[in-house]
Each structure stands twice: as C-alpha cells, then as structure tokens.
Design a protein around this ligand. Structure first.
Ligand code: SF4
Length: 243
C-alpha cells in the first residue's frame, strides 16, 4: 500500500474525494493499492467511449480544430447531433477566452487539490465553468448543486483567479452543467461568499477524515453497502471484512 497522504505531489480530485466519501475501502484499492478494475456491466464501456469522444470533439471545437467525425466512429450520428447542439449552445465569441480541458492544482494548509475543467469561459465581468455530461439520465439541479464536483470546481477556481488572469466579484462565477441530450435543460449554479466558505469546510472535512482514517484497521462493509452494486470491486471484496 502506498500511503498517498504522505506524498507532496498527490492532489485530491473530486473523484478521489467522492470515492472516499462513498467507501474508504474503494479509496484504498484505487488510490493506495493502485488497482484498476473494470466494471462487469454490459454496454458500460461503450457508453463511456462515446462520452469520451464527445469530450474530445468539444476540445477540438474550442481549440478551433476541425470537428468532423471519422466514418467508422461508434455512434457517429449521435455525436454529430451532439456537436451541432454544442455549437448552437456555446457559439464562439471572439471577445471571450475559452480554456478547454484546463487543469488547476492548488495547495492551502494541508489541502492539496486538483480540478480538471472541461471548459472555462472568461467573459468581460464573469467566469463560467462548463461541464459536459453525456449520461442518459436527465440532470437535476439539487443533485448537481451539492455534488462534490461542483464544490471542488467552484472553490478551486475562486481561490485561483490569478491563474486565469481575471478578477471578478464572487457572485459573477457560475457553473453550468450541459448535456446535449437535454439541451433545453442547462443546470446553472451560482456562487457567493457563504457557499465558498461552506465548500472550504466541506473539502477540509473530507481531507481531515482521510488523514485520520486507519486504512490498516478493520473495515465495516455494511456501512457502505448502498454503493456496492455500482462498484467495480464488488467481485473481489464480496467477503472482505477487513483491509
Ligand atoms: S464493493 Fe462495496 S465495500 Fe467493496 S469497495 Fe466497493 S463499495 Fe466498498
């Protein structure tokens, strides 16, 4: 086991924080034992491939690269519809700056964080964080507002405005979740000082728990059962009662 808590260059992402929240054993298997397991679910990786291809096309669009799709690309027609939707929902404005596939890393006290943004748009007085989703499920505001991704992405960007060279009022930062299958249903999340403070406390609380956690001790699987059906490690930790 590699105790990543002691590594200076390990930064917590929304994925790793969320994984710990869901199940400390899953966190240990993924990030400390470095075990990569594939989910045993029909169609799961095909859907992921289409989602990854859409993200690739989005990146090309914002970089000004050709977005035509290869003849033999899986779900070609679907991707063409999604790209058309993307272009009509986010038309390029030459007065704005588009930071596509942009990563920010930061350290504050003992909190080392990393956020990987699909897109940040720098407008005159506002900054928009866009995240692209491709799940077939319709996005729901209250789920996304509380999501650890929203918490980490908004917190990290607000703390690092100097890196994007823009200083704005906190109320002029927003995060928008966009799914081309629900293009009339953009989820827009606003920000303020209170949320920023709450986000800091929320992230700190999870990292403090990770730092205090005894990953060598006994593990009570029954506390995390509700996530097991969606977990790629289900087969190997069926009867596991300790680390
Ligand atoms: S199967 Fe359940 S207990 Fe095992 S790692 Fe996954 S979430 Fe945790």
């Amino acid at each position: 086991m590699l105790d990543i808590r002691n590594l200076e260059d390990f930064h917590y992402s929304q994925n790793s924080l969320n994984t710990f929240k869901q199940c400390p054993l899953k966190f240990k298997l993924k990030y400390m034992d470095n075990i990569n397991f594939k989910k045993d679910e029909e169609g799961y990786y095909e859907n992921i491939e289409t989602g990854l291809n859409f993200h690739l096309l989005c990146n090309r669009y914002f970089l000004g690269i050709d977005t035509s799709i290869g003849e033999h690309t899986k779900d070609k027609e679907k991707l063409e519809i999604w790209v058309k939707s993307l272009k009509s929902n986010i038309p390029i404005n030459k007065d704005y700056t588009y930071l596509s596939e942009y990563t920010i890393r930061m350290a504050k006290d003992h909190m080392r964080l990393q956020a990987n943004y699909d897109l940040i748009i720098l407008k005159e007085d506002t900054i928009e964080i866009w995240d692209f989703k491709t799940e077939s499920r319709k996005p729901i505001y209250r789920d996304l507002e509380k999501r650890i991704q929203t918490v980490v992405y908004m917190y990290v960007l607000m703390e690092n405005l100097n890196l994007v060279g823009k200083h704005i009022q906190i109320s002029n930062l927003k995060m928008i979740y966009y799914n081309p299958q629900y293009e009339d249903h953009l989820i827009e999340i606003n920000y303020d000082e209170f949320k920023h403070e709450e986000n800091y406390k929320n992230i700190k609380y999870i990292i403090d728990r990770i730092n205090e956690y005894d990953f060598q001790g006994e593990f009570n699987k029954s506390l995390y059962g509700k996530y097991c059906n969606y977990c790629e490690f289900e087969r190997i930790c069926e009867d596991k009662s300790e680390f």
